[in-house]
Design a protein. Structure first.
Length: 104
């Protein structure tokens, strides 16, 4: 069961008021030290907090479970992608370096 701070924890338990209503979905980087404990509590319960710098998202604090799921999905997609056939126009690194050395 996927979850977030608005809908409850991954175990189906409602989040406490501190994690849900008193902490916004995003926090300015400068404010993070003051709310870090609540941000971590939210992530431990399956919630996500976006950290912003100059009003732009720069990071997200998520649970390790969510992190692991994301890493596994990225690895699965990378392993499944089809690489294009070599059409003969590519140059090996050794060839590139040899050509560069010859130009000097």
């Amino acid at each position: 069961m996927r979850s977030c701070a608005r809908h409850g924890s991954a175990r189906g338990q409602p989040l406490g008021p501190d994690a849900r209503s008193e902490l916004p979905d995003s926090v300015a980087e400068s404010r993070l030290p003051a709310v870090l404990g609540r941000v971590l509590a939210r992530s431990a319960q399956g919630g996500v907090t976006v950290i912003t710098g100059d009003g732009q998202p720069i990071a997200a604090v998520v649970s390790m479970e969510d992190h692991d799921i994301a890493v596994e999905e990225v690895e699965r997609r990378l392993a499944a992608r089809v690489r294009p056939a070599d059409d003969g126009t590519r140059t090996s690194l050794d060839g590139l370096l040899a050509g560069h050395a010859a130009d000097r």
